[in-house]
Ligand binder design. Structure first.
Ligand code: AMP
Length: 419
């Protein structure tokens, strides 16, 4: 039997693992700039956490969750997204008990049983942020701008910010009734999933991957005609502040997002250009007024987003945006006999303590294989230890780039490395 990874999953090693960690670290640094703190929740939760928050009319809950019964007959689900678990943790640990706005970020694998294709996997990594405790269009703007700055920092240009409002509770209620009445007349032309959505949550029909561009959907009532004055004003303030900050955006009435918990602001950063990733969202988020209350917490709003790290890596690869990510080796130590090998272990660790990257060979005593290692590592210096060097404490050190050679004491070598 040959063992293979599960369909829709990826292995990361060598360059690919360096790339995904490079992106993660860049995002970490930027969101820390904004005062976000890491929150780490389990990779699995009680199934109800996702059903309750993501919504039982969503594709995620209906078709995509990895759900299993554990040995105590509990229904458990591998997290398909991050917000629900963070909100559950926020409420369970009463993190709302102090009044300040709470800003969290998380990073880790998510699991969805989707049809694997370019940029769509069954296990993928999300980096997300959540802010709890305040409702202000300017907070939403700040959140959107933080995502925009991540793309700037990574050098990604070919993306478009799409933004919409799906209104507050009252707007959504009125809109849902209008959609219900409208789709009642067009039920026959909807796909079977949409017929289901019609019963549970007609707004979800607008998000359908099958019916998306059909006449019926294009002519459906628009949320903008049902917005309360407060919702309109809220949205206009966001757009105004984005204009002032010179963040380019497109308003998109068809954007409703696939999850149930959003209210008012929804947005996506979408990949543009001529690749197979064109049109895929790379980051998506919005505001959610009701989620914390839904978990039994106080009436506290939240806003957040999540990036898909694999999609960011793909876009960066297509546009050659990665710097050289090889972990540069400073020194390779070559040793010519057993005692020198032991001494090289000691010196290697002393130099590592000082912050230098050191590599060495553990088996060979001849030059050839050890020079090969130095060549492979593309190290800056080669240090040579033989019987003579051990006894005198004066080592041969070669500067690989400049092709020079010196005889130096350990202290002099350290000085040289610092220069
Ligand atoms: P969502 O939680 O669906 O709003 O997704 C947020 C982000 O996660 C998307 O914009 C994508 O970048 C990424 N994402 C979602 N689903 C997948 C998937 N199946 N494979 C890879 N990335 C995904």
């Amino acid at each position: 039997m040959s063992y293979q990874k599960v369909k829709g999953t990826l292995d990361f090693y060598g360059e690919s693992s360096r790339k995904i960690r490079y992106v993660e670290n860049k995002v970490r640094n930027i969101v820390k700039n904004y005062g976000f703190e890491e929150i780490i929740t389990p990779i699995f939760e009680h199934t109800e956490v996702f059903v309750r928050s993501v919504g039982d009319s969503s594709d995620i809950v209906n078709k995509e969750m990895y759900t299993f019964t554990d040995k105590s007959d509990r229904s458990i689900t591998l997290r398909p997204e991050g917000t629900a678990a963070v909100a559950r943790c926020f409420v369970e640990n009463k993190l709302y008990s102090t009044p300040e706005v709470k800003k969290y970020f998380y990073c880790g694998p998510m699991f969805r049983y989707e049809r694997p294709q370019a940029g769509r996997y069954r296990q993928f990594n999300q980096f997300g942020i959540e802010v709890f405790g305040d409702s202000s269009p300017f907070l939403d703007t700040e959140v959107i701008v933080s995502a925009y700055r991540v793309f700037k920092a990574l050098g990604i240009e070919n993306i478009k910010l799409k933004i919409n409002t799906i209104g507050d509770f009252k707007s959504r209620q009125d809109y849902a009734i209008a959609l219900h009445d409208y789709f009642e007349k067009h039920l026959d032309s909807l796909c079977s999933d949409c017929k289901n959505r019609y019963e549970k949550n007609p707004m979800r029909i607008l998000d359908c991957k099958v019916d998306r561009n059909s006449e019926v959907l294009l002519n459906a009532p628009k949320i903008k005609d049902f917005l309360t004055d407060e919702s309109k004003e809220y949205f206009n303030k966001i757009l105004k502040s984005l204009d002032v900050l010179k963040i380019p955006y497109e308003t998109d009435e068809s954007l409703v997002r696939g999850l149930d918990y959003y209210t008012d602001t929804v947005f996506e950063f979408v990949i543009s250009g001529n690749s197979e990733l064109n049109g895929l969202a790379i980051c998506a988020g919005g505001k959610y007024a009701e989620l914390i209350k839904g978990f039994g917490g106080p009436d506290i709003p939240g806003v957040g987003y999540a990036f898909g790290l694999e999609r960011i890596v793909s876009v960066m690869e297509k546009n050659s945006l990665f710097p050289n990510l090889v972990n540069a080796v400073d020194v390779v130590i070559i040793s010519l006999d057993e005692d020198s090998k032991i001494e090289s272990l000691k010196i290697a660790n002393e130099l590592r303590d000082l912050g230098f990257n050191i590599d060495l060979d553990y088996k060979n005593f001849s030059f050839k294989p050890q020079f090969k290692l130095a060549d492979r590592d593309k190290c800056k210096y080669i240090m040579i230890i033989g019987e003579e060097e051990r006894k005198s404490g004066i080592y041969t050190i070669k500067d690989v780039l400049n092709k020079t050679e010196d005889k130096l004491s350990y202290d002099e070598i350290v000085k040289k490395l610092y220069n």
